[in-house]
Design a protein around this ligand. Structure first.
Ligand code: SF4
Length: 149
């Protein structure tokens, strides 16, 4: 039976990023060959539009968002998007469970999908995004696209 992998939709060529672009990559497609792919975009899934204002973490990383210590804020206007991002993360987890994905391949550096690095207050720092933190807490293995050889 093919392994089921939850994948950031933007890595599959879907133009769902905040800037209206995609991040489709041959490397990602090659890594997914022979696997069953479940595409998710937590931010669009939450109901946010494309394009949308860029969001950064404030007060910590994705893990801290779940403990209530950090927030997801629009970079320029400061609008609080924490609840949208949490809702999107929960929907991604639900998709993983529905389709039986135990592994995820997500877009590095995103406030939702980052797995090693995220932006906090304008700076790239070690940490994971809001969706990644939830998936890992629920036992799903999350890799970033930059982890691929
Ligand atoms: Fe959507 Fe994640 Fe890609 Fe951002 S990084 S566009 S939230 S799939």
């Amino acid at each position: 039976e093919a392994q089921v992998v939850l994948v950031s939709a933007c890595l599959l060529g879907e133009a769902c990023r905040y800037d209206g672009c995609s991040k489709g990559s041959e490397k990602v497609l090659a890594a997914l060959e022979g696997k069953e792919v479940v595409p998710v975009c937590p931010e669009v899934g939450s109901g946010l539009p494309v394009p949308r204002p860029p969001v950064e973490l404030s007060g910590g990383t994705g893990v801290d968002v779940w403990t209530g210590r950090a927030r997801a804020l629009e970079r320029e206007a400061g609008v609080d998007r924490t609840e949208d991002f949490r809702r999107g993360a929960r929907l991604a987890l639900e998709a993983a469970r529905t389709f039986g994905a135990t592994v995820a391949l997500l877009k590095e550096k995103s406030p939702s999908c980052g797995s090693r690095h995220v932006y906090e207050a304008g700076k790239l720092r070690a940490g994971e995004g809001i969706t990644t933190a939830l998936l890992r807490a629920e036992g799903i293995t999350v890799l970033g696209d930059e982890d691929l050889p």
